[in-house]
Structures are given as C-alpha cells and as structure tokens.
Design a protein around this ligand. Structure first.
Ligand code: BG6
Length: 498
C-alpha cells in the first residue's frame, strides 16, 4: 500500500473517544499494522482522550490486548514497543475547559520531543452532539493555532448527521473552525481494497469500459449482507436504521464509484466532482409509489448458523414495538446518458444468511438468434466485483459443455485476490490513516457528497414515515422480506447469488 514509499510528515494524532470500541477494534490495530509496515513517521505521537480513569501505562496495556486480538498481522513485540512508547492517555471530560488547557501544554511538549511541528490530527469518534463542542474548545484554547497550510486536520466518524438538516448544522460548526481541505469525513468502505479497485477495473481495462453503459448492461446489483444483528448498538440503531446506517453512506459510495464518468484526471477533486454528479442525477420518485422501488424489513427471531437468535425488537436497547428497519432493498435509476433505463438494485440487511458485499454487473443478452432459439436456459454474462470477505473479480460467460454436441453452459473465471498465499489486504483504517497523514482526501467524503446523499435519503425516509410497516417481516437467517425478491421478479429479474 505504500504510495511510492512516501513517508508521512511527523505528526500527533489525538483521538477523542480513545477508550471506545472503534478505537480498540480498528484504530489501534491499524496503527500497529502501519508501524510494522514502516508507514508511520518517525516523529509520531498518539494521544488518546477519554473520560475514564486511566494512566498512560494502563492504557498501553489495554491497547496491547486489543492489538493482539484484532490486528491482521501477528504481533511482533519489538514493533509493538516502538509504537507503545509513543502512546499517551489523557483523562478529561471534553465538555469542560481544564482538560484542554492541559492538552495544549502536553501537545506543545510533544512537539518539542518528537519534532512534530504543530502537525496535528484530531480524530473525533464520539457522539456527534459533541463534535461542535470539541472543535470550539480546541480553537478557543489555541490548540489549533500552530496551523500551516494543511494542518491541523480533523477526522469525523459517521454518522455525519441524522438527516440533511442536522448534517448541515454539524458541518456549519466544523467549517467555522476548519476549512474543507482539512476535514476528513470517514466512510470506512472507501478504505477497502476492492472499492479502490472498482475505478482501476473500469478505467485501466479496455475489456470493460466500452461495455459500461446502458447499451450493454441490463442492471447493476449492489448487495451487502451481514449475519450479525445490532448487538449492543441498539440505542444508536433505533434512530438510524439500515437506511441511514448503510445506504446513505456505504451503499451510495459503492453506487457512485460503479457509475461515475471517467474523471479528467485522478486528482482528488476531479474524482469527487464526478461522484457528486452521479448523486445529483439520482432519479426523483413519487412518494406515493414508494412500494414500487423501496422495500424495508426488520428481522424477527430466527437461526444463524444453527443458533437461535433474538428478533430485533428483543435486542438490547431497542423498543419492543420498534419500527426501525434492519433491511433495505431499492431500485434506483441514474438519469444520465450512460445509465438511462438501467436499474441499480441495492440490498443490505442485518441477520441475513451470509456476510458478503458484492457489486454485480448483469449484461444484456445480445446473442446469435439461433442460440437464443435453441437454448432457453442461457445465463447472462455477469461481472462480479467481490468486495468482502473474499476479494476479487468473477466473470461468468457461456461456453460449450465439453463432450456435448452443442450444449451451452455458464463457465466462470474467478480471480480471488485474498486467496493467494502471502496476500493479506490492509484493513480499511490502515489506508485511511495513512492518507490522512499524507493529506490525501480522495477516500474521504466531501461535503456536497454528504449533502446530496442526505437529500435523497431524507425523501425516502419521509415517504416511509407516512406508512406504518408490518414488522418484523423476515426471520433472522433468512434472505430478507419476500417483497424484496418480488421487486426484481416484477421486472423479470432476480437477485444473483454468486
Ligand atoms: C458500519 C455500520 O458503518 O458498517 C454497521 O454502522 C455495519 O452497522 C458496518 O455493521 C459494516 O461494515 P463492514 O466493514 O463490516 O462491512
């Protein structure tokens, strides 16, 4: 993943929410993996901030345990020590002033010690209600004043708002203090190897791009299923639901990358401009006809891998009468020259039979008429970009069955990226951290992307609010509500299961 071996400049990373789940499961292991790959700058300091009573020593011990448990690379003690000695913990309530005074002094001392020259990254993985308070206090206490042209930087975890209004409010607070070129809005899907590969597959191959339009593509399916339920995140999820939790961000990112026009160059803003154009062209819809293109579901009790699991309404911190959706299927259109008439089907849900994310391109069946007459069971050509857990590309086409006179069967070419020995793709957060340190915003969401995606999602959720759903409507471990299958059957199509 080294970008031509560029070493980031020395910097300090300050994590607000340093004791949280995301920090332990994802951020600390990612930083450790960057250490092993020699991708952290020599002058690097991590300051974790939390409200719990800990010392840097006890925090380091906990961090070590998390890295042991969650790192993709084996833990090498020497590599760990070299990171560990640069980790510090500061305890304070980030709503109160005294902590910021202490933090300011501490960061100045670290600047001296590690020659970090005021290069600071503030990573906010706390409830969004606190984003505004934190950035205001950082500014008031002069913690941002060592600014150069691109530092300090601020990193914001999702959710970026609950709807367009709250997202705007949040953005206003941020931009009062940080300019857009210093704001890194995380969508961790953009850090996944195969998402970055979508543009390469499209624009670095003569084979695919000429066919990438409505003349040759019948439909596109973007599917992301999970076997997990909401776990202990019921409190958050009750207000979010699958539409806000997965579709507004990850699924729409997958859609824009699949659908964008070739950018004029590969500069950050050129790519982001093209992504926004796709979102702007999402076809409008009549709220009264929402059932024709949007299906929602909520899981009831069922079985996952043979084990009985609760329904959503019985999960921790959810209401027994909850109408929050845990499943969404959509049929979308993009109103532009390339995609007019091509449905983009999106499906995502919790407690589905398998964890997997794929983009499936189904091509038209333009065949020799004689083949069409004789072989009624011909399959269309499919190109599948496998995002996770298996990463790769799968191509299905028709061939003659060996030994038969003329029998046609679907055959496949299957490139598996992470099955090859020695291939262990970087975790999304490794790439994202590395890019933040380099100041590359390509894999982060620009404000107008957020804005246009919320416009679309708000309209959908308003239409849904008017109708009471009949939940739960699918059993945990099943394929989701029947209506989601019917959505495609009505169009003479089916969801592909590869
Ligand atoms: C998160 C959502 O953004 O993405 C979770 O909040 C979801 O609900 C997760 O489970 C899925 O991410 P991944 O990388 O496991 O596909």
């Amino acid at each position: 993943m080294k970008k031509n071996n560029i070493q980031p400049k020395p910097c300090q990373l300050v994590i607000f929410g340093g004791t949280g789940d995301l920090t332990h499961r994802k951020l600390l292991p990612a930083l450790y993996n960057l250490t092993v790959q020699d991708l952290l700058p020599e002058g690097f300091v991590l300051v974790a901030i939390g409200r719990r009573d800990k010392t840097s020593k006890s925090y380091r011990q906990e961090a070590y345990k998390s890295v042991k448990e969650f790192s993709r690379l084996e833990v090498d003690e020497a590599a760990w020590w070299s990171l560990e000695e640069r980790i510090y913990y500061q305890r304070f309530d980030f709503r109160e002033d005294p902590g910021y005074l202490k933090l300011n002094k501490f960061l100045q001392e670290m600047d001296e010690k590690y020659q970090t020259k005021g290069n600071r990254i503030f990573y906010l993985t706390v409830a969004p209600d606190y984003f505004g308070v934190i950035v205001d206090k950082l500014e008031t206490h002069g913690i941002l004043k060592n600014a150069s042209s691109t530092w300090p930087r601020v990193v914001i975890e999702k959710p970026f708002g609950h709807d367009l209004k709250s997202a705007r409010h949040l953005n206003d607070k941020l931009t009062r203090v940080f300019s857009e070129d210093r704001i890194y809005r995380i969508d961790h899907y953009l850090g996944k190897e195969m998402l970055q590969n979508i543009m390469v597959i499209r624009f670095a191959n003569t084979l695919f791009e000429p066919l990438w339009n409505n003349k040759y593509i019948d439909n596109v399916q973007i599917i992301s299923g999970e076997t997990a339920g909401v776990g202990n995140r019921g409190g958050y999820y009750e207000r979010a639901g699958a539409l806000r939790d997965m579709v507004q961000n990850h699924m729409l990112q997958l859609l824009t990358l699949t659908a964008i026009e070739p950018p004029g160059d590969l500069e950050t803003e050129s790519i982001r401009d093209e992504k926004v154009k796709v979102l702007k062209k999402l076809a409008d819809f009549e709220p009264d006809k929402i059932d024709d293109f949007a299906i929602r579901g909520q899981y009831g009790p069922g079985y996952i891998k043979g084990e009985k699991v609760f329904g959503y309404r019985e999960e921790e911190r959810t209401s027994p009468e909850s109408n929050t959706e845990t499943f969404v299927a959509l049929k979308l259109f993009i109103n532009n020259w390339r995609w007019a008439g091509v449905p983009f089907y999106i499906k995502t849900g919790k407690r589905l039979p398998k964890k997997s994310t794929e983009v499936i391109i189904e091509f038209n069946s333009h065949l020799h008429p004689d083949y069409l007459q004789d072989f009624t069971s011909l399959e269309p050509n499919l190109l599948v970009i496998r995002i996770q857990p298996r990463e790769g590309v799968y191509l299905q086409f028709n061939g003659k069955e060996p030994g038969s006179r003329q029998k046609i069967i679907p055959v496949k070419m299957d490139f598996c990226q992470n099955c090859q020995i020695g291939t262990n793709s970087p975790e999304a957060y490794e790439r994202l951290f590395y890019d933040i340190m380099l100041g590359d915003q390509t894999l982060f969401t620009r404000w107008d992307e957020v804005e246009y995606s919320w416009r679309f999602i708000d309209k959908l959720s308003r239409a849904w609010e008017r109708i009471k759903p009949d939940f739960p409507n699918y059993a945990a471990g099943s394929k989701g509500p029947k209506a989601a299958d019917e959505l495609l059957v009505k169009d003479g199509r089916k969801w592909w299961e590869i």
